[in-house]
Design a protein around this ligand. Structure first.
Ligand SMILES: Nc1ncnc2c1ncn2[C@@H]1O[C@H](COP(=O)(O)OP(=O)(O)OP(=O)(O)O)[C@@H](O)[C@H]1O
Length: 332
């Protein structure tokens, strides 16, 4: 059953130089209880897509969509006030850098208790009890004394645990995590991902995890959406994306995951070239200029999404039934 269903979302920023077409018609969904990963290089439109659904865009942005259904409610028609109520109640968010999201002037306890008092109308004592309980859930030791401390008294990993606690305190149906572990070192990163996986199972929350690193979501997400140049180039189950990837950009992302074999570090292959300028997006496939397999048509016309299974779609001319025989060899 779908919790979030996004159809043809477009976001444009009006700047002096013209219009930045940051998100160019994306459609995807999140089922109840599942985790999806949105992956792509910097500037591919991952964060703007999420901020668009939540109507958290700056005033120079224009948002259009055929439909954005969240738990049966059409968000395209929902006003800012209702949206704000939904945020922190039905939808929780975690960002990359907890230090910018936490207020340095208030204790951790005050910051966890505030949404509980506002959204769930709990008394001060009830909110304190709930805050202790939730700090325990995110595995912060001695929660009673930790409540009285300020953000700077916590390590980076602990601060991110606090952010997760705040995001989950009102038992949201959906948790959006934007690069939640990027600022942390590898060991702490793994601990936070383990924690999020545990919480998803315990709390029955759906998760959208935004990242530029496919490796981060391999063990965490059921499905993966691959974004490039403001479009979705491929989406499928984690198995389909890792074992049967069909888009040359996904191949590039997979080659750029660090792999260790018998203690030896394999060479990392990055994708040559740079992402398209979204002020003047390319006419055809956004990836054509960097694609080693690009054909003439790739530069002229955007490829349509082709369904490979009920769960797997990719937008690439190589898969077109009329593509030349060499294209079929590349793709198989
Ligand atoms: N306020 C803004 N005004 C103009 N352009 C913007 C604004 N915010 C984002 N953009 C542009 O929208 C595009 C998509 O940005 P977005 O932040 O969604 O990318 P991303 O994939 O999340 O990358 P990152 O991982 O670096 O955050 C980029 O080209 C970015 O420059």
């Amino acid at each position: 059953m779908k919790l979030l269903d996004v159809q043809n979302l477009r976001t444009t920023f009006h700047i002096e130089a013209g219009q930045v077409q940051a998100v160019r018609g994306i459609s995807f969904h999140v089922n109840k209880g599942e985790s999806i990963g949105i992956v792509g290089e910097s500037g591919s439109g991952k964060s703007v897509s999420m901020l668009s659904l939540l109507k958290l865009l700056p005033s120079n942005a224009k948002l259009e969509a055929d439909s954005v259904l969240f738990d049966g409610i059409e968000l395209v028609k929902t006003d800012q006030k209702a949206m704000r109520k939904m945020l922190g109640n039905d939808i929780g968010m975690i960002f990359q850098d907890p230090m910018t999201s936490l207020n340095p002037l208030f204790t951790i306890g005050e910051q966890i208790m505030e949404p509980l008092r506002i959204h769930q109308k709990l008394s001060k004592e009830e909110a304190r009890k709930k805050a202790i309980e939730i700090l325990r859930t995110v595995e912060i030791p001695s929660p009673e004394s930790r409540l009285k401390q300020y953000p700077h008294e916590f390590s980076g990993g602990m601060r991110q645990r606090v952010m997760i606690a705040i995001a989950l305190s009102c038992s949201p149906k959906l948790l959006i995590a934007d690069e939640p572990t990027t600022a942390l070192d590898v060991t702490i990163q793994a601990q936070i991902l383990d924690l999020m996986r545990d919480l998803r199972n315990k709390m029955d929350v759906s998760i959208v995890m935004i990242t530029h690193d496919l490796g981060v979501i391999a063990n965490m997400c059921n499905r993966i959406v691959v974004m490039y140049g403001g479009t979705i180039v491929e989406q499928g189950t984690t198995r389909e994306i890792f074992y049967e990837p069909k888009h040359p950009y996904t191949w590039g992302l997979l080659r750029s995951i660090p792999q260790f074999s018998e203690g030896e570090k394999k060479k990392l292959i990055s994708i040559p070239g740079s992402p398209p300028d979204l002020l003047r997006p390319p006419q055809g496939c956004a990836f054509a200029a960097r694609c080693p397999h690009a054909m003439k048509i790739c530069e002229k016309l955007p490829p349509q999404q082709i369904s490979l299974s009920d769960t797997h779609q990719a937008a690439c001319w190589l898969m077109h039934p009329k593509a030349a025989p060499h294209a079929k060899e590349v793709i198989s």
